[in-house]
Design a protein around this ligand. Structure first.
Ligand SMILES: [Zn+2]
Ligand SMILES: [Zn+2]
Length: 363
């Protein structure tokens, strides 16, 4: 009898376990894998920045000069200071840089290297500098210096894009890469009167896409797995470069690496730069500079749309109200999913408790 109950509850708990899985919103996952320190393929240098946690004004931590190089690289310390002159002291200038970083990344502004700040610093990110462009006063999006944009006589404007014939990755099929990029371009063209069209003529294409290793001749060398993921250039340059050393993924179901990076999310972000957007301090927006591994962030948020429409105007078919609705409903969906997953977990716990009771009572 008890044996029967054991089997019955065991079966029941497996069913609950199975049912509870898909209810987790994908967006919960990244926080758990933001910091990757034990991956053998990981050779970015940012992972050891954890030793600076809690450093503040007056602190002296060996190796802090490395962090100062990072801040210089992304526009928070002036380029005029040569790398060899950096000290390991947390001085006034460094405090200003930390404060500016926290403001631009939408973090609590503490002026210290708290764990939130260090975690954000260590997250893989876009290689485009955060402060080379002006931040908007009241909004959160930004532009490159001089607010450049594409201009073409035709209406609607059509920009062509092409893939490099030599600098690509071979573990994702070209057709899959093309499909992902097509979707990424279409997200932007659905909100602005700009169309994107693929062409075979790489040299004459407006936007030229390729995957590159390390130093690839534009002064912005890639750094291996994680760290900098990609970079692209402001209008009307059109260069769109992805770090070939990343574990790119088009489907996390088939790519198990903890360091996998979603190609579509990065592509959508880089197209924003191609169009003239800089980085935003809105964490949920596509134009936020960092992206955790195994995270998908492809939907344009209000901040992204407002930013790009201020440059190009609106696509006549685009309705802001539908975007507002979808943002609200996706928030509701996440809240609902969290609630239902809590319920299924509670039920599962209850089942396990009952099951263990029967297990013990058979002895
Ligand atoms: Zn970027
Ligand atoms: Zn490049």
């Amino acid at each position: 009898m008890f044996q029967f109950f054991s089997y019955f509850f065991c079966l029941l708990s497996i069913i609950f376990l199975f049912l509870s899985r898909p209810t987790f919103p994908a967006s919960i996952l990244p926080d758990k894998v933001t910091v990757i320190t034990n991956n053998s393929t990981h050779n970015a240098t940012w992972h050891d920045f954890t030793r600076f946690i809690d450093a503040e004004m007056g602190s002296h931590v060996i190796g802090m000069s490395e962090l100062k190089k990072y801040f210089t690289r992304f526009g928070y310390l002036p380029m005029t200071i040569s790398d060899s002159n950096f000290t390991d002291n947390f001085d006034t200038q460094f405090k200003s840089a930390v404060t500016l970083y926290q403001t631009k990344l939408g973090l609590p502004v503490t002026g210290k290297l708290d764990s939130d700040t260090i975690t954000t610093i260590m997250s893989p990110r876009c290689g485009v500098s955060d402060t080379a462009h002006k931040i908007h006063v009241t909004k959160h999006y930004s532009y490159f210096y001089g607010k450049p944009r594409w201009s073409r006589r035709m209406s609607p404007m059509t920009l062509t894009y092409a893939f490099s014939s030599t600098d690509m990755i071979d573990y994702i099929s070209l057709s899959d890469i093309k499909l992902v990029l097509k979707r990424a371009f279409s997200r932007w063209s659905s909100v602005i009167p700009v169309n994107f069209k693929e062409t075979d003529k790489y040299e004459s294409a407006d936007i030229r896409i390729g995957f590159y290793h390390g130093d690839h001749g534009d002064g912005e060398a890639f750094d291996g797995a994680l760290g900098v993921l990609a970079h692209s250039f402001s209008p009307e340059n059109g260069r769109f470069h992805l770090d070939a050393a990343e574990t790119w993924a088009v489907d996390f179901e088939t790519v198990k690496s903890r360091a996998a990076i979603d190609l579509e999310s990065v592509a959508t972000h880089e197209i924003g730069h191609i169009l003239g957007l800089g980085h935003t301090s809105v964490k949920e927006a596509v134009m936020y500079p960092s992206l955790s591994p195994r995270t998908k962030k492809v939907d344009l948020k209000i901040d992204d749309v407002e930013g790009v429409q201020a440059l190009y105007g609106s696509n006549p078919n685009f309705k802001f109200s539908s975007l507002l609705e979808s943002e609200n409903s996706s928030n509701d969906a996440i809240a609902l999913a969290s609630r239902s997953s809590k319920w299924t977990i509670s039920l599962l716990v209850l089942v396990i408790v009952i099951l263990s009771f029967f297990e013990y009572s058979t002895f």
